[in-house]
Write a protein that binds this ligand. Sequence first.
Ligand code: TXA
Ligand code: MG
Length: 343
Amino acid sequence: MNSLSPETQFNTAVQKILNHDVVAMPTETVYGLAGRISSEAALQKIFAVKKRPFFDPLIVHVASIKQAKSCFQNWNEVAEVLTQKFWPGPLTLVMPKSGLISDLITSGLETVGVRWPSHSLCQKLIENVGEPLAAPSANLFGRTSPTSSAHVYEQFGNSVFVLEGGDSNFGIESTVLLIQKNELKSKFNLSLLRPGSVTKSEITQALNSSAIDWSWIEVLDRKLAPGQMKHHYMPNRPLIIIKPSLSHLEDPVLKKLILDKMSKIPDEIEGVRVMKPQHVQNFEPLLLPNDAVLAARQLYSKLRQTAETNCDVIIFRQSTQHQGELWESVFDRLYKAASLILE
Ligand code: TXA
Ligand code: MG
């Protein structure tokens, strides 16, 4: 890790980004691997460093509404209401892109995801660079997202410069919302592509207090929702989730059950290597607070910490107390990080 003063560190980050390099930047959700949207070299480097497939689009980070508008073809009433309410913050809006946004950022889609982070150092970085920054989470493709500079360092060592910004406050990635306008009926269709800390009911509430004609729809066309692979966020050791229906089982019975199911764990799914246990002797529990806000904040660091113990498998016992929309966002990550879910 670097030992530069905060000021030198910040100036180095700005210079690197201006020089078409990539830098890990703090945000309130997770650390991002950032490069200028106008730099083809930086965008290529983001994919190369992360070993990310090109079909998975990048989120664009802005530091003003004006910058956000420059990334989209059009602005609309839904974007107006939601950004007034939730920006700066952990909500990404997906709408048709402007000419400033390259196909590399959107993986060839006609839409782009944009958000204005609330982390002040991140805002200052975007302002000083003077243009929006494309940034995926700063982890290798498919692996656990980073919520501290140490996590980024663990993953990339000295090959990526990290701007220190403390621990991420929210701890899980932004809510991703697709906004589609039906021009004929001047009606809006909204789809939640990734759950996060801004919940569906908060979005519903914000829009219901406006006069906008809108509704939720499921996205059936998977092309419109790339990057939502079944396996994602994986720690270095296999994570096994025990659903509440089996929570009464004692460890010896669980071990037998896991041994039985082990052969069913695939080696690889959608390009991500699935962690498989070699033995099923040592269990290490993943312990998360019952409070959903704290659970989200601590999720990735607890996953990493638990994976560092000398265990064969990490066990998470889902409890009936884990209720509510934010817990659902946490479970979205946990299920994808799991090698096996027992129910
Ligand atoms: O909180 C976050 O969103 C963090 C921080 C760094 O801002 N970023 C992040 O990026 O989580 P990443 O690359 O790990 O996830 C981006 C995901 C894609 O995998 C995809 O699911 C969705 O956002 N996405 C981005 N652009 C999209 C688009 N045009 N259409 C549909 N989904 C899109
Ligand atoms: Mg990610």
